[in-house]
Design a protein. Structure first.
Length: 541
């Protein structure tokens, strides 16, 4: 009996330890919810104002539909060339079954792990997309070296049930990433791999008019006389999915024109050869550069033209190598924002002259209970009300403001009158929440949008970026306060901005509360189980 009793105690102890480990393993899954839900797209919901008959289809129903299979040519944003083989259901068949309306404008794809991709109806269903068998011509992997567009085959955008990343062999396909958005290229240089969203479980069709990408700009003002050999660099607001296409022969740029920002800015700190990939345009003679921004989910930007005169006398100097003196003014790309709670927008400030010796800026919010701003101009609306975002040059105290969710009166004109600016006003860009990759994502793959489209780097403020955040007493006379005084609101205060004032997105905060609640319940359970086990052993002794 003693031996049996000892064996029973050992068995109970093993069971208790096993139960303890199992509970903590489940708790770990709760703390990392992405792992718990990845690959959980067992159905697809199609909804939104842009469809007449919202519907939900199971995997079995999707498998019963007509299947489409093809090899897709793909370039990611590093950029790297690769193949993708996929089989699934044509998106146009799914959308037609849901009764897509004629006034549908945008299609938003959402995944079970919280990421999303938005495309315009035009670029997804109306523009022709292709598989380019000559993609790897000229170089097998380097996406900044264009392949051949010959023998292109038109392909359908699909929701893939099985696929194979980096392979053109159908035998390699599996359902690990299902359901996955897979689309072809409109040009042999177009970067589409970042749009291959995995675990899609919802498609929302919208009727909202698409925003327009902001126009690109050059690092030297148009009309400048420059020495022969001067290098012109192009840029736009994000330099990620928003790609710059340009011409120097006077023709209008299109998606088939040369691309400037081959490598997305998300990778610049991980590669030391950015300038050799995003190559500057060398001025050898009088040069006219026409350029346009083209990217997913928005309308193409306006075409802008920059002209540069080449000085053959040798007297001109490269303006990028000459100090421009202290700042003389500053302007913002928007003087008003209307965003919902949780919405974000990155304001872009332009300092004049373009080569001012001190380009440091100070960002502040009049009410961080309404809107916060980091030192890169990322505005996040965190509550109801109106706030004024002010940007100030660290030298010269030049200011510009943007009213966030102000009254629908003539506040735009009042805010604009308070903006210190020289030169033409930049074009008004679209509001966008653009996702950025998580640290550690494989740049060669770039195909897991779940990682590549992680929360924007601007959504947090690293310690080394907090150095430009201003204290109230350093701001001095603030034009934002003058604008606020004219608004029909309650009392206003200027708040100092710091990293710990950035709130969690509402969804993240809610998810964390659920996690904390789960952990607390587990602790209660463990406490009770431990007491019962102690009581059990005590009684048996």
């Amino acid at each position: 009996m003693a031996a049996n009793y000892t064996g029973l105690r050992k068995t109970n102890l093993k069971l208790f330890i096993f139960g303890w480990l199992l509970i903590w393993f489940l708790a770990g899954l709760a703390v990392v919810p992405d792992f718990a839900i990845a690959g959980d797209a067992n159905s697809i919901e199609i909804t939104g104002e842009g469809v007449a008959q919202p519907l939900t289809l199971s995997i079995n129903q999707l498998e019963a539909m007509e299947q489409y299979e093809h090899v897709y040519s793909v370039i990611n944003t590093w950029p790297t060339k690769r193949w993708y083989t996929a089989r699934g259901v044509k998106l146009r068949d799914l959308l037609n079954q849901a009764g897509i309306k004629d006034n549908a404008t945008l299609i938003k794809f959402m995944s079970s792990d919280g990421y999303e991709v938005t495309l315009t109806v035009k670029e997804l269903l109306q523009d022709k997309r292709y598989y380019f068998p000559g993609l790897k011509d000229n170089h097998p992997t380097d996406g900044s070296i264009p392949g051949s567009p010959r023998d292109a085959e038109e392909v359908e955008p699909i929701l893939a049930l099985v696929s194979a990343e980096g392979s053109d062999d159908p035998a390699d396909m599996n359902d690990r990433d299902a359901l996955m958005l897979v689309i072809g290229q409109r040009a042999v240089t177009e970067q589409t791999n970042n749009l291959f969203l995995k675990y899609v479980n919802k498609i929302e069709v919208l009727v909202t008019p698409p925003e327009r990408w902001d126009s690109p700009k050059a690092n030297i003002p148009s009309g400048t006389v420059v020495p022969v050999g001067t290098e012109i660099e192009l840029s736009n607001k994000n330099n990620n999915e928003d790609k710059i296409y340009y011409t120097t022969d006077g023709s209008t740029p299109t998606i088939n024109s040369p691309m400037f920002n081959w490598s997305a800015s998300r990778w610049w700190d991980q590669r030391g050869d950015v300038k050799s990939v995003n190559k500057p345009i060398e001025v050898k003679e009088d040069t006219v550069i026409k350029m346009i921004t083209i990217g997913p989910g928005k309308l193409d930007s306006e075409v802008v033209t920059f002209k540069f005169t080449a000085d053959m006398s040798g007297k001109a100097v490269d303006p990028t190598k000459v100090p421009g003196g202290p700042p003389t003014g500053i302007s913002l790309d928007r003087n008003r924002l209307d965003l919902p709670v949780g919405g974000t927008y990155r304001l872009e400030a332009t300092v004049t002259p373009f080569n001012a010796t001190n380009q440091d800026l100070i960002w502040s919010s009049s009410d961080t209970r309404v809107a916060t701003v980091d030192n890169r101009g990322l505005v996040t609306v965190v509550g109801l009300g109106t706030a004024v975002i002010t940007v100030t040059t660290a030298e010269g105290n030049h200011k510009a403001i943007c009213v966030v969710n102000g009254p629908d009166e003539e506040q735009d004109e009042e805010a604009a009158s308070l903006t210190s600016s020289t030169g033409p006003e930049p074009p008004e860009p679209a509001v966008q929440q653009l996702p950025q990759p998580q640290a550690g994502v494989n740049p060669v793959a770039d195909s897991n949008t779940s990682a590549a489209a992680a929360l924007p780097a601007e959504s947090t403020i690293p310690e080394d970026r907090a150095q430009y955040l201003a204290k109230k007493e350093e701001i001095g006379s603030d034009p934002g306060q003058e604008a606020v005084a004219q608004l029909p609101t309650d009392n206003w205060r200027v708040f100092e901005m710091s990293a710990d004032t950035i709130p969690l997105p509402l969804k993240v905060a809610e998810d964390r509360m659920k996690i904390y609640s789960t952990i607390m319940l587990l602790l209660f359970f463990l406490s009770g189980a431990g007491q019962k086990y102690a009581q059990f052993t005590k009684e048996r002794l």
